[in-house]
Design a protein around this ligand. Structure first.
Ligand SMILES: [Zn+2]
Length: 698
């Protein structure tokens, strides 16, 4: 029967999208066929659509079970904003509200009803196949004690299949290993569910890992390049979230700290201010983000190395959920590793945790495409390098590092394998600090043999040696460097070592590149639409992205719709939103276009005034930072409007005659290019324009 239902037109009508994202259509068809489904999709992959579209098609209600009560209101707001009748049900509502909702269910007046598992029992009167068409279990990994976020209330859900044997159940999660997947199916009694595992790749997130030096400076520069954008900075401890937030705020980047030590009210306030774009930057522990469905988070920064790849990937997945470019920046230092390893001491699964830290460290030290490393961790192969990570953009240069390695290893050997990385670098560089002198390290043979490399380079080389298994860091002996058996092969048996040249980020260059690339998010129309959206969001007390996502505003800016029909073609604009917001946004776009026109008219007047002051074309161009051809076109425009411009200074009478002839030959084309080509590129565009202007005035 699903063949007859046009789910594409439902998608366009209610969500404004022209096409489904990978797997969504297959999943929806399977659900509409009445089959159970297990959906594994990364955060931001578009999970909700998989049950929301069937919910519109089905005549009964779709019950959505979710542990994230904080998130329910936003989701319901978002659905209602799209014209989809939705509600949530919980114990905070009064009995009148509750019975109103139940009445709607019985009258088949509700498409979706969100409920936390502990409130399900309150719905027992309507939990029958007469009213319920579909059950969606969101964040389904909470069901499994194998998962990382187990919730006991989720374990009582097996009754659903007994009570509603013919109603399809769809279980959805962003993270589930094999054991958890099987557990979900078993606990929900849906062993025959169709399984859908979508790609974990999020190509719009740029991945960048930098050495953990001068973090505040690097973050400040990063934020300067990303003003007006929302982002999260993850820190390891409560205290560091507060310290960082204070430092950034002092530098003019207003931010808030968020951690489990704050009161419930304080945390809710930070979260809501962030969702509603009232604050842009949150410095948080990993407690932050679980209940946040904010589509326009543009960056996620890790101030320290995270403790495992699962967590890291989930956290960066909170950026760019609207599909537009987003950035994930991570800082990494050896001190982070030391601290993380300390945290694991004495834990029951210490070994598992340590191996996870080691995988994280390998990711941070990767010399090949980082996205490949990440996805292979999740069992997925990427056929090509991604081109959107720091390694792809700045591939490391390999050199023969045998002599460098010998110097460093020899220094470690002569310091009796009892000194830390910093001290070994000091020895190599011949530092005369009091520690070196007091320990007599200035008398060993390798002292000062590495003066030709900077401190930074040596530090990076030694880290590479450790990663290649030539050095070990004795975490229990004040992080002293020790030689491995492999190191002895380098020292005594002539084994060769390959190293990569340490890269310091050339930030000036990066910044310049970014400035030059035209970022449509920064242009005038986008800002105006964003401001309008903010006003509307405030008026309706919903988060701005519930009205339109950044991706939708960006499309409006790109295609500049001026009619209702063209507005409806924008991705993210459905019939309901056209009706509610169409006129407001179209008015804003038209008023922007009118203003542009005026400014254009004005800009030629500015050039003309400078011209009247006696400035040359070149001088005007340099003052206004415009091309000379632009200035000439301004003056031509003024000439046509009747202002006095000495056209003979812009083009010779001979050239005017040549252009006149070509104009006849070419059949009076609208463009300048045919003239330019006809003259074999010998007369520049600006003189052709001037000549045509003279001819036009005749
Ligand atoms: Zn890459």
């Amino acid at each position: 029967m699903t063949g007859q239902i046009d789910i594409h037109s439902q998608l366009k009508k209610y969500f404004g999208y022209d096409s489904f994202r990978p797997l969504q259509e297959e999943i929806i068809r399977s659900v509409l066929d009445g089959q159970d489904a297990l959906v594994i999709m990364p955060t931001g992959g578009g999970k909700s659509i998989c049950f929301q579209v069937p919910a519109i098609v089905f005549s009964g209600v779709t019950i959505v079970i979710s542990p994230l009560i904080a998130l329910m209101k936003d989701q319901v707001d978002g659905l209602n904003a799209n014209g989809i009748s939705s509600a949530f049900y919980n114990s905070s509502q009064d009995s009148r509200e509750q019975s109103e909702i139940l009445k709607k269910v019985r009258e088949r007046d509700l498409n979706l009803l969100y409920v936390a598992p502990e409130s399900l029992s309150l719905l027992s009167n309507v939990l029958s196949e007469e009213y319920v068409s579909l059950v969606a279990v969101d964040e389904a990994h909470c069901i499994s004690s194998w998962g990382h976020d187990f919730r006991p209330s989720y374990q009582r859900l097996s009754f659903l299949k007994t009570k509603l044997p013919n109603t399809p159940i769809i279980a959805l999660t962003a993270t589930a290993d094999k054991a958890t997947r099987e557990d979900i199916l078993e606990q929900l009694s849906i062993p025959k569910a169709n399984r859908f595992v979508s790609s974990f790749d999020r190509p719009n997130i740029e991945i960048d890992v930098r050495p953990g030096l001068d973090r505040i400076k690097h973050i400040s520069r990063f934020l300067k390049d990303n003003t007006e954008e929302s982002g999260i900075i993850y820190c390891l401890s409560r205290k560091s979230t507060e310290d960082l937030s204070e430092k950034l705020t002092k530098r003019g980047f207003e931010s808030r700290a968020y951690h489990a030590g704050l009161t419930y009210e304080e945390r809710t306030k930070v979260q809501e201010d962030f969702i509603n774009d009232r604050i842009k930057i949150v410095c948080a522990t990993i407690a932050f983000g679980m209940g946040i469905d904010k589509s326009n988070v543009r960056f996620v920064i890790h101030y320290n190395l995270p403790k495992n790849i699962e967590g890291y990937y989930q956290e960066i997945g909170r950026a760019g959920r609207d599909g537009i470019d987003a950035q994930a920046l991570m800082f990494y230092s050896f001190a982070d590793v030391v601290q993380l390893r300390k945290f694991t001491e004495g834990a029951s699964n210490e070994e598992v945790q340590i191996s996870k830290i080691e995988r994280m460290q390998q990711f941070a030290e990767a010399t090949s495409c980082r996205r490949k490393v990440l996805l292979s961790y999740f069992g997925e192969e990427l056929s090509k390098d991604c081109g959107n990570c720091d390694v792809c953009k700045n591939p490391p240069e390999f050199i023969d590092g045998t002599i460098i390695a010998q110097k460093a290893l020899s220094a470690v050997f002569r310091a009796n394998e009892g000194e830390s990385l910093n001290t070994i670098v000091d020895v190599l560089r011949g530092s005369r600090n009091s520690y070196i002198l007091s320990k007599g390290l200035d008398r060993i043979k390798t002292y000062g043999s590495g003066r030709d490399f900077s401190w930074f380079d040596w530090q990076q080389y030694i880290i590479q040696l450790a990663n290649q298994g030539l050095l070990e860091i004795a975490f229990h002996k004040y992080n002293a460097l020790e030689l491995t058996p492999l190191a002895r092969k380098v020292l005594f048996e002539g084994m060769k070592v390959k190293l990569t040249i340490p890269q310091r980020r050339d930030e000036v260059k990066n910044k310049k590149e970014r400035k030059e690339s035209t970022d449509p998010r920064k242009s005038g129309l986008f800002e105006r639409l964003r401001a309008l959206r903010a006003d509307l969001a405030k008026e309706k007390s919903v988060p701005p992205y519930v009205i339109f996502s950044d991706a939708t505003l960006k499309e409006m800016e790109k295609y500049v719709p001026r009619t209702a029909a063209s507005f409806l073609e924008i991705s993210g604009v459905g019939a309901h939103k056209l009706e509610v917001y169409g006129e407001l946004f179209l008015n804003e776009i038209n008023s922007y276009l009118n203003q542009q026109k005026k400014e254009k008219a004005h800009t030629s007047t500015v050039s003309f005034e400078l011209y009247n002051e006696g400035k040359s074309i070149e001088e005007i161009a340099s003052i206004r930072k415009l091309q000379t051809s632009t200035i000439v076109s301004h003056l031509c425009k003024c000439f046509l409007e009747g202002k006095t411009v000495n056209m003979a200074a812009l083009v010779s009478p001979e050239e005017v005659e040549m252009v006149r002839k070509q104009k006849e030959n070419l059949g009076n084309p609208n463009e300048l290019k045919p003239y330019y080509e006809a003259f074999e590129e010998k007369i520049p565009y600006e003189r052709i324009r001037a000549a045509l202007t003279v001819l036009m005035k005749e």
